[in-house]
Design a protein around this ligand. Structure first.
Ligand code: GLU
Length: 417
């Protein structure tokens, strides 16, 4: 069996298909696939016991043509430059697709945040932020949370940047706590968007969301609340999982209880009272209406795609399905709502947060949620229409719209000199 595609290979493969469909020439293809700026930094960390470890950190600004770069920062042991490149490229297409005036970026530190104390985590965050300071800023590049980082990470980054500037700069990061310039509704935005995307797809297929069965892989920031929102909207969430494994209840899980359980410090959902234990592999193969992969890249691949029985896959994570898997799923009639559409609620509300910070004028949670819903339904409608018109998958249609808008911006601005 051929080696599984990496995230960077998958991202390149998807871009090549969009470029082919759009009829762009090789020069344009090169321009679009090459990251504009890549920074690799050393992040020395003094551990609590006094020993020093030098971690590797990255920030990749994939494209800056439509506006400042935008994208999260990931703290994960497997993070490397190629992964960050892929994630940055996906941010470029995502921002263009949903019509927010940003390019795409991503950052990361190769570290396991769960193995660090809070003080160590703060030192890593502040040092990483200091190392990338020259290239970030509200008009240059605006980081946000991603896997392994959260609103506290963003508060430390905002503080570090502000101390160096000599005044408070709220707009340098998004996904901050509301007390320091964050937006109402940002915390649940990605998950809420997953629900809007799922329901748009169900509505189009004439499926009633009430009673639709759901399995969610990943019970973190995105998956946990996606399960909750889908449950609240009337779906039956039969399975959820995390790195420790999964839980199953065919009659519907107590999602609120599971969230409380995990928030109270339980290391895994496994063992939650009244549930059966399943593996992550089994979860992906459940016969459900909606499967939400909300963990890491590449979990649905050529080795397991033929076993997926879900009718809809709604990609809460970035890059959970490889191009090989996409082909198999399409043959089997599974509809994939692609990451750049399905999880775009996060960066959409990041944009709202940045706008509110720049204006120093803040909106209510209802205003944020209503604007998010309108934005996502518009994006879904555009993707679905192009997919029908060109007879391509929703992923290819979403990529075509994103890539096409970036290409158009390049064409309009012209090549300097
Ligand atoms: N990390 C999130 C994503 O992958 C959010 C990025 C942002 O808000 O800038 O879309």
């Amino acid at each position: 069996m051929a080696a599984r595609m990496s995230a960077w290979e998958s991202a390149q493969h998807q871009l090549a298909e969009a470029v082919r469909q759009l009829g762009l020439d090789d020069g344009f293809h090169d321009l679009l696939r090459t990251p504009r700026r890549e920074v690799a930094v050393a992040v020395p960390l003094r551990h609590d016991d006094g020993h020093v470890e030098v971690l590797k950190g990255y920030r990749v600004q994939h494209n800056l043509t439509r506006g400042p770069a935008k994208g999260g920062v990931r703290f994960h042991p497997a993070t490397d430059l190629d992964e960050v490149r892929a994630l940055a490229m996906w941010m470029t297409w995502k921002c263009a697709l949903i019509g927010v005036p940003y390019g795409g970026a991503k950052g990361g530190v190769a570290v396991d945040p769960k193995a660090l104390s809070r003080n160590e985590l703060e030192r890593v965050t502040r040092r990483y932020c200091s190392e990338i300071l020259p290239i970030i800023g509200p008009e240059k590049d605006i980081p946000a949370p991603d896997v392994g980082t959260d609103e506290q990470t963003m508060a430390w980054m905002m503080d570090t940047y502000s101390i160096h500037s000599g005044y408070t700069v709220t707009g340098v990061v998004t996904g901050k706590p509301v007390s320091v310039g964050g937006s109402e509704g940002r915390g649940g935005a990605t998950s809420r968007g997953v629900m809007f995307a799922a329901f748009s797809a169900l509505r189009e297929a004439g499926v009633d969301p009430r009673g639709a069965t759901v399995a969610v892989q990943g019970f973190g920031k995105v998956g946990g609340l996606a399960a909750q929102f889908l449950h609240d909207a009337g779906c039956t969430v039969v399975a959820v999982s995390d790195v420790g494994g999964g839980v199953y209840d065919g009659g519907g899980l107590d999602t609120a209880g599971l969230l409380r359980h995990v928030r109270a410090g339980a290391p895994t959902v496994v063992g939650y009272p009244g549930t059966d234990t399943i593996t992550n592999t089994e979860l992906l193969e459940l016969d459900v209406d909606i499967l939400v992969p909300a963990a890491m890249e590449g979990v649905i691949h050529d080795g397991n795609a033929s076993k997926v029985r879900a009718r809809f896959i709604v990609e809460g994570a970035n890059g959970p399905t490889t191009p090989d898997a996409d082909e198999i799923l399409a043959e089997n009639g599974t509809v994939v709502i692609p990451d750049v559409l399905a999880n775009s609620g996060g960066v959409a509300v990041s944009y709202f947060e940045w706008v509110q910070d720049l204006q120093a004028y803040f909106w209510t949670e209802d205003e944020v949620n209503d604007r998010l819903k309108a934005l996502m339904e518009r994006a879904y409608g555009q993707v679905s229409a192009l997919s029908a018109e060109r007879k391509v998958s929703l992923r290819t249609a979403a990529q075509m719209i994103g890539v096409g808008r970036v290409a158009e911006a390049h064409r309009t601005r012209g090549l300097y000199p």
